[in-house]
Design a binder for this molecule. Structure first.
Ligand code: ADQ
Length: 744
């Protein structure tokens, strides 16, 4: 529109200026004409008045003079007349312009002197009038007096004003018509072909058409259209070739790598793009409180850590809640942007939520309801009807946002987590051809626990619209199958691990999530630099360093961990001043009272334990309470001799796997809660029950005193597990399974 204005505005200005000049000339000519007519009339009237006035002035007949002036007032636009004597004194004046007659006028004396007539415009009160004055002579040529006629000219102005009004209306109508015509021409010549070309490109891209575009022009637009056609065709051919080559390579590779995953996606999905949906976005723009500038961070959390490498490898679109306070500054008109910033590997589409929606759907139903329901940590779930309504609303919003993007080809949709149990059903109602998977990142409780949820039926129904539901471990799959069997009208096939409801089958499978084991290369110069800074800052020379990396969440066993450290130092005081525990903790869901209170409890416990055991400059716990980037966390993993993961209940726990993946030197021990999914794979870790503080404290001692060979042997085995079962295998297996479930 701006560009259009730029184009139309000069034309409008030129037309307006030309029209105004024409108007001025026209009005001037009209004014001249009108004034000329007044002048002619004034002269004629004056002459006819002059004959009678001569006679009156000769006889000094005052009575007749008055009668004469009065008789000259009833003529068209004639205001009246005045008869003056030889000294310029008024002899008689028409009653209506008595004021005029009584006003002293300098031109009367001039006319008496020069003895020649005069016509001019004069001001009279608030209006202007035309006065024509002529001297009257006797037979000898002596002046007898003067006769003046006064004409009203205000009607001239009225006529001119109405001419201007007419001209203005004509001009405005003309401009409107010109603008409309130009818009129409522009739309016909430029916009419509571009709209058609864009639509054609979109359809061709999605494989909805094979016919060439309809633009036949040979001009610049035609050239652009043929270029677009070439690009679209090359893209299509390239995709086909890539997908065929990918199939060939796939069988040759054994270990799962980025390229194997990419090949899997290209071979199994072909041209069908992958749509990822999660609550948390992988890249968030926020305003830095210190610098006041917008910056991009990766939010803390397992889902983002696991899925970003996959999306980087495979492209596609990730649809997530835009929760950063500067997020809107970085999206295009369709709320999308390429990420990672300045690398553009895939598209992030941000969905905006109001405060009420976020409060009800995210903090309320998801995190005060479903999260405690699924984690056995003795925190009571809270289910509010208003939160549930917001949850439905937001699920609908996300479903609509996904539907907007889907191509004509049967698409693949991969939904993450407990925030979106209803989306699959909503999408399938409109796109039954979509193949949908949901991955549940947290534990699934047993049917007794799940049956306490007032919305159990709607949630199960929503989830069972998926073709595949994934959990981290088999136990969670079993719990889900039991739940579907007991709480919903459905049939469970334990042989094939499927739930069948009204003929619709949903596969329930375990896919243990993992990390990108290749992301930790040899120590880079930056890593060495960071290591040195950390060692110096916290005075870590000749000290056994243990580490914990968590969101501040009551399921992560943070208080049990600190109590165990306290007990360890109490029980084995010889380790005082030789042991330090660093806790990296990201504030999380702080709007929820339970989380707010819990963060306070941890602060207090750290304070209390440090006060109890500190000695000189040494204190046992270094508490770093803020968000860290993955690059910042890595040197801490490298420094740490021990990593403590003490979750009270955890779907998987990626921190345990990140630590193992980082420990290339094999010099590290993992203390791992039995209640994490990770403990089913990392069996060489020191497995603990975090509720047993005594056992926990002894495990810390075991880790501190473990001989180097044993450490290295355990770590080697754990690293092998992670090398084989990395995040690419997780994604590859889910995608292979999903593709095999595709119906059309
Ligand atoms: P989370 O409960 O978020 O994930 P987890 O698997 O431990 O738990 O992942 C946490 C991630 O956040 C790790 O990548 C870690 O490095 C990062 N992180 C922790 N503290 C941080 C900090 N201070 N700053 C920045 N980053 C930090 C959920 C489930 C888990 C499951 C994952 C993945 O609860 O059980 O393993 O999803 O499925």
């Amino acid at each position: 529109m701006k560009r259009m204005l730029f184009f139309i505005l000069p034309i409008l200005v030129i037309i307006s200026v030309a029209f105004t000049i024409f108007g001025i000339i026209h009005v001037r000519v009209e004014e001249e004409k009108q004034m000329d007519e007044i002048r002619r009339k004034a002269i004629a009237v004056n002459e006819s008045l002059g004959l009678s006035a001569r006679h009156i002035l000769l006889n000094n007949d005052l009575k007749s003079a008055r009668a004469l002036t009065e008789s000259f007032q009833r003529r068209e636009r004639l205001q009246g007349c005045v008869i003056y004597d030889t000294s310029g004194k008024v002899v008689a004046v028409t009653e209506r312009i008595a004021d005029w007659g009584n006003t002293r006028k300098p031109y009367i004396e001039t006319i008496l002197e020069e003895k020649s007539p005069r016509g001019a415009l004069e001001k009279f009160g608030n209006y202007s009038a035309y006065s024509y004055v002529r001297p009257i002579f006797d037979d000898d040529g002596h002046i007898l007096g003067l006769v003046e006629v006064v004409y009203d000219t205000s009607y001239v102005l009225t006529t001119l004003a109405s001419i201007w009004k007419r001209l203005s209306i004509t001009l405005i109508s003309l401009l409107v018509v010109i603008v409309l015509i130009m818009l129409l021409i522009q739309r016909q010549i430029f916009i419509l072909p571009i709209i058609h070309l864009t639509e054609w490109f979109q359809h061709f891209q999605r494989g909805e058409t094979n016919s060439p575009h309809s633009i036949k022009q040979v001009d610049e637009l035609g050239k652009l259209a043929s270029e677009v056609e070439q690009v679209a065709l090359s893209l299509r051919i390239a995709r086909k070739v890539v997908s065929e080559k990918a199939s060939e390579r796939l069988d040759k590779e054994e270990l799962w790598t980025v390229s194997k995953l990419r090949d899997t996606i290209q071979a199994r999905m072909g041209e069908n793009a992958l749509y990822m949906v999660s609550n948390r976005e992988p890249y968030m723009h926020t305003i830095n409180e210190v610098t006041g500038k917008a910056e991009c961070i990766q939010p803390a959390g397992g889902v983002v850590t696991a899925i970003d490498p996959i999306m980087r490898a495979c492209g596609g679109m990730w649809i997530a809640h835009g929760s950063g306070n500067a997020d809107r500054q970085f999206v295009n008109s369709k709320d999308k942007l390429g990420v990672p910033p300045e690398d553009d590997r895939y598209i992030l589409k941000r969905v905006w939520l109001s405060k009420e929606e976020e409060e009800g759907y995210y903090y309320g139903f998801s995190n005060e309801g479903l999260w405690p329901l699924c984690h056995i940590t003795h925190t009571r779930p809270i289910f509010r009807e208003s939160d549930w309504q917001e949850y439905i609303k937001v699920n609908r919003k996300f479903a609509d946002s996904v539907l907007e993007e889907l191509p004509a080809n049967p698409p693949f949709i991969f939904i993450q987590d407990y925030h979106f149990t209803l989306i699959a059903k909503m999408i399938k109602e409109k796109r039954p051809d979509a193949t949908i998977a949901l991955f549940w990142h947290i534990p699934w409780p047993n049917p007794e626990v799940f049956s306490t949820c007032p919305y159990q039926e709607q949630i199960l129904e929503g989830m069972l619209a998926c073709d595949l539901i994934g959990f981290h471990v088999q136990m969670h799959c079993n719990n889900f199958l039991d739940t579907a069997n007991r709480l919903l009208e459905s049939r469970v096939d334990t042989e094939t691990s499927k739930v069948i409801r009204f003929g619709k089958e949903t596969s329930i499978k375990s896919f243990p999530i993992s990390v990108d084991d290749n992301s930790c290369h040899d120590i880079s110069p930056e890593d060495s630099g960071r290591l040195e800074v950390i060692r110096k800052e916290f005075d870590l020379e000749n000290t056994i360093v243990a580490i914990g990396v968590d969101r501040i969440d009551y399921t992560k066993g943070l208080t049990e961990r600190i109590l165990a450290i306290d007990r360890f130092l109490e029980k084995y005081p010889e380790h005082k001043k030789k042991f330090v525990f660093i806790q990296i903790a990201a504030p999380s869901r702080t709007h929820i009272k339970r989380y707010h209170d819990f963060a306070g409890e941890v602060d207090e416990l750290v304070e209390k334990t440090n006060w109890k055991h500190s000695d000189g400059n040494w204190k046992p716990i270094i508490y770093l309470k803020r968000h860290f980037s993955q690059e910042e966390i890595r040197p801490y993993y490298m420094i740490a001799d021990i990593c403590i993961v003490s979750s009270l209940h955890d779907g998987m726990n990626l921190v345990a796997k990140e630590y193992v993946a980082t420990k290339k030197d094999l010099d590290g021990t993992l203390i791992l809660s039995r209640f994490t999914g990770a403990s089913k794979e990392l069996t060489q870790a020191i497995l603990i029950n975090p509720y047993s503080i005594e056992e926990f404290a002894d495990s810390i001692r075991l880790a501190v005193e473990m001989p180097a060979e044993e450490k290295s042997s355990r770590m080697t085995q754990m690293r092998n597990t992670i090398r084989t079962n990395n995040v690419y295998k997780w994604a590859g297996n889910i995608i292979t399974e999903l593709a095999s479930l595709r119906k059309c």
